[in-house]
Ligand binder design. Structure first.
Ligand SMILES: [Zn+2]
Length: 164
């Protein structure tokens, strides 16, 4: 954890749920930041109003790293079957950078992953009027659609069904 004072990203006077989401991601990375190990945290809001956080886990081999959004998705699914409404991710500055935490959009892999599990998810982005939510589909208009899950139960299946 850094001893620097890094303010949270400015959320303006927008939607309180968005502010809570961004604040949760910021507080997570502010408290768990480790240079080259944990640089981003994500928060996912579910339809019941619960926020689930995840922490980016870096690795010596870059492709072994796991994004914060994937960790937040896992955390959400560990505790609820509720629909997932919105995601926000905050990147904490390195010690050599200006002390500015900033909102970052999901990487390409996370766009695919999140849309696989939450096709109606919105994402917090820096818009022209401050932080706003936009449909994640808008960031990935031509998502890959495979056939792997065609014969499986939908992710929204009842909790009593066996999952594999
Ligand atoms: Zn990612």
């Amino acid at each position: 954890m850094s001893g620097r004072v890094v303010p949270a990203p400015a959320t303006g006077r927008g939607d309180p749920a968005v502010q809570r989401l961004v604040q949760a991601a910021f507080e997570t990375i502010r408290s768990r930041y480790v240079l080259a190990r944990h640089q981003i945290a994500a928060a996912i809001l579910d339809a019941d109003g619960t926020v689930h956080v995840g922490l980016h886990v870096d690795a010596m081999i870059g492709r072994a790293a796991v994004c914060a959004e994937a960790c937040a998705l896992s955390a959400a699914r560990l505790s609820t079957d509720a629909a997932l409404v919105a995601v926000a991710a905050v990147r904490y500055p390195k010690p050599t950078e200006p002390p500015e935490a900033r909102l970052v959009p999901p990487c390409g892999l996370c766009r695919e992953l999140l849309l696989d599990h939450a096709p109606d998810l919105t994402v917090a982005i820096n818009g022209s009027k401050g932080i706003e939510l936009m449909p994640l589909k808008g960031l990935l208009p031509h998502k890959y659609v495979g056939t792997k899950w065609a014969a499986c139960a939908a992710p929204e299946a009842t909790p009593t069904q066996t999952r594999h």
